[in-house]
Design a protein around this ligand. Structure first.
Ligand code: FAD
Length: 385
């Protein structure tokens, strides 16, 4: 397929692939087994300027768009999506700052993020507020000295490893979601600590942790945007980052497809490679069709976003839902093609199947996003009438 990538994008994609194959592939099983954060690989990604991709040039970045970031995430995920999500979470953690931060905030934080010296995280979810993100309880009370944050965030990617956290908290409890604001919180701020480190099914090299705020005082200038804008900014930023989850899913599915083809060519049963069996050929063909369709939807959505259109909520949701369902189906079929060997940790496809599952759940579960897509269809119908 011709994806009409420009020369820079082709170079970026092949560089990301090279890092994934040379640096990540040899250690991916070990990272998964030990559940260790991939610091050495984060350094490799930083040395190769990968964290500069999503940062504008005026803050030492490369000024890439949504598609550029998707290409990097896809290539890393093809080998290990646990590493990819640790990288991508820094893009998400910086997204509110990038879109809505002041010049001073950007000057202060973005060059270090671009250099990969500081990872970031995005903290919205709480024990009682997952899909219903508007139900958050963490508060940020304005005082004469600054904002005082109290509350607990749950399931935060890069928790404990990141230096900079974008935290969504209520500045006006009475207004609920419309009283939410976004804040930059630095790791060593007194009153900010880390709780439970989750033991996960997949993406096990990534860190997923609780953030605990107890009378955590941050300077007034650490608010991003205005009070009360936190939820709206969050929804806009998540729309923009959802194709990245789609790219993660496409990468996982591509890795599983390649592994299944290789295995089917080499596995001999009844005197022939199993790839000669029509039933295996059909499965592989279906997998390939789905991967290609998912990739095209993710790339097209990313290009739509990069074109500067204002509203892309439904397209971003479709790309994330379709690609993540594809990853789940393709990795499950890959395990099937491997037979009993696929169930063993000696081969990569069981990890890919475990890793695929989360793409259907985070950044808006596929059920919630199908609701978003349906709501868009209802609105469009009403406009036609
Ligand atoms: C590994 C991991 C990393 C994460 N990283 C981050 C992070 O960095 N930052 C962050 O803020 N959050 C993060 N999250 C949180 C993630 O975004 C939430 O888990 C997700 O939004 C779902 O919320 P929940 O887990 O509370 O599930 P729930 O909201 O309790 O949902 C449970 C089930 O009910 C369904 N459901 C709920 N409401 C509806 C509805 N209205 N319509 C249809 N179905 C519905 C869901 O689809 C799901 O099947 C992470 C989660 C995980 C597991």
């Amino acid at each position: 397929m011709e994806y009409f990538l420009d020369e820079q994008q082709k170079t970026l994609k092949s560089l990301a692939r090279r890092i994934a194959e040379e640096r990540i592939l040899p250690v991916r099983a070990e990272l998964d087994e030990k559940e260790e954060f991939p610091w050495a690989i984060m350094k490799d990604l930083a040395d190769s300027d990968m964290f500069r991709v999503f940062v504008p040039e005026e803050y030492d970045g490369l000024g890439g768009g949504c598609l550029d970031l998707c290409l990097v995430i896809e290539e890393i995920s093809r080998v290990c999506s646990g590493v990819a999500v640790s990288y991508a979470a820094t893009g998400l953690g910086a997204a509110v700052l990038l879109e809505y931060g002041t010049e001073e905030q950007k000057q202060k934080y973005l060059p270090d993020i671009a250099a990969g010296k500081k990872l970031t995280a995005f903290a919205l979810t709480e024990p009682t507020a997952g899909s219903d993100a508007g139900a958050i309880k963490t508060t940020a009370e304005r005082t004469t000295e600054g904002y005082v944050i109290n509350g607990t965030k749950q399931f935060i990617t890069n928790g404990g490893e990141a230096e900079i956290y974008t935290v969504i908290a209520l500045t006006d409890k009475a207004k609920g979601a419309r009283g939410a604001s976004a804040f930059l919180v630095e790791k060593d701020t007194p009153g900010f600590s880390f709780g439970k480190k989750e033991k996960k099914m997949g993406i096990r090299t990534s860190s997923t942790r609780e953030l605990i705020f107890r009378n955590c005082l941050i300077p007034e200038e650490n608010i991003i945007g205005r009070e009360g804008m936190g939820f709206i900014m969050t929804m806009k930023v998540l729309d923009r980052s959802r194709p990245g989850i789609g790219a993660q899913a496409v990468g996982i599915a591509q890795g599983a497809l390649e592994a299944a083809v290789d295995y089917a060519q080499n596995r001999i049963q009844f005197g022939h490679p199993i790839i000669t069996l029509p039933v295996v050929q059909n499965m592989l063909a279906e997998m390939a069709i789905r991967v290609e369709a998912a990739r095209l939807l993710v790339y097209a959505t990313a290009r739509t976003i990069d074109s500067g259109v204002k509203n892309f909520t439904e397209e971003a949701s479709m790309a994330k839902v379709f690609a993540s369902d594809t990853a789940m189906k393709v990795t499950t079929d890959a395990v099937q093609i491997f037979g009993g060997a696929g169930y063993m940790r000696d081969y990569p496809v069981e990890k890919m199947m475990r890793d695929a599952k989360i793409t259907q759940i985070y950044e808006g579960s596929n059920e919630v996003l199908r609701g978003t897509i349906a709501a868009g269809l209802r609105k469009r119908k009403a406009r036609r009438e």
